[in-house]
Design a protein around this ligand. Structure first.
Ligand SMILES: [Zn+2]
Ligand SMILES: [Zn+2]
Length: 267
């Protein structure tokens, strides 16, 4: 049992629970491997658009984070495999800064994810999974929900293609995050075609997918990222699906796991 996407006390919008609490919960849940993938600091010149500006970890905590995970990796080595990584944001226009962050720390990392949370519309940035209000503001700014989905999948494709140097993460985070509020804002017809065409890009670039359980518990989402039919399509294309709880709290360990199609997961 592998969990490739777990947050930590270094996340300012998550729980303060100690790393050990996550690990103990993981061992209790029968995990053989866990990846700590904290939100990497956003590029220094990028302004976090969310009101609390708490989307990612503090830059000054990167080294303490790395040291703490590395030390736990050793002390728990007989009980569980612990991997060190980041959930890195793909932010269009900030590739150089992202690459230089990865070049600085990449050699210490075992496993990371590349995710899109921020979407630019007319020089304004929207964190599309922040709230229904922000989602709807992004739709209004771009013109329609159809255009928002189009922009999102274009960005995901860019993230799969983009050169971020030798330490570019090789797994794409929650590839249907744009669906987080789909019970209030239904996805446009044809969105699945865009998502399916993204799968080909994932495949062609030799990337893996985060098979993320967090959406199953979100009030307006209630499905995995990606949902079952797309997950199956990915599997049939030969793409590795790595379960991710996306836990921001020790209680989030293994969330959604029972609902996901376990036969598709890479173990
Ligand atoms: Zn988070
Ligand atoms: Zn994420």
């Amino acid at each position: 049992m592998i969990d490739g996407h777990v947050h930590t006390p270094y996340c300012p919008h998550g729980s303060n629970a100690a790393l050990e609490e996550y690990i103990d919960q993981a061992i209790k849940s029968g995990y053989s491997s866990i990846t700590f993938a904290e939100h990497a600091p956003l590029p220094e010149t990028f302004i976090d658009p969310v009101p609390e500006q708490d989307s990612s970890m503090e830059r000054s905590l990167v080294e303490p984070y790395i040291k703490e995970v590395q030390s736990l990796k050793k002390s728990y080595s007989s009980d569980i495999e612990i991997k060190l990584g980041f959930e890195v944001d793909y932010i269009k226009g900030y590739e150089k800064e992202t690459e230089s962050f990865l070049n600085q720390y990449g050699s210490s990392l075992d496993d990371s994810l590349l995710s899109v949370h921020f979407l630019p519309v007319k020089k304004q940035w929207f964190c599309i999974d922040y709230s229904p209000d922000v989602f709807s503001a992004a739709c209004r700014a771009i013109g329609s929900i159809d255009e928002l989905y189009e922009r999102y999948y274009k960005l995901l494709k860019d993230s799969a293609h983009v050169d971020l140097g030798p330490y570019k993460p090789n797994r794409i985070g929650h590839m249907t995050l744009i669906r987080k509020f789909h019970h209030i804002y239904p996805s446009p017809e044809g969105w699945k075609k865009q998502a399916a065409s993204f799968l080909s890009v994932v495949k062609n670039n030799g990337l893996d997918l985060d098979y993320n359980g967090a959406g199953t518990l979100k009030e307006y989402c209630r499905e995995s990222y990606p949902p079952p039919d797309l997950a199956k399509m990915a599997y049939e294309k030969g793409i590795s699906l790595i379960y991710g709880s996306d836990a921001h709290d020790p209680n989030g360990i293994k969330q959604g796991y029972e609902i996901l199609n376990q036969t598709l997961m890479k173990i």
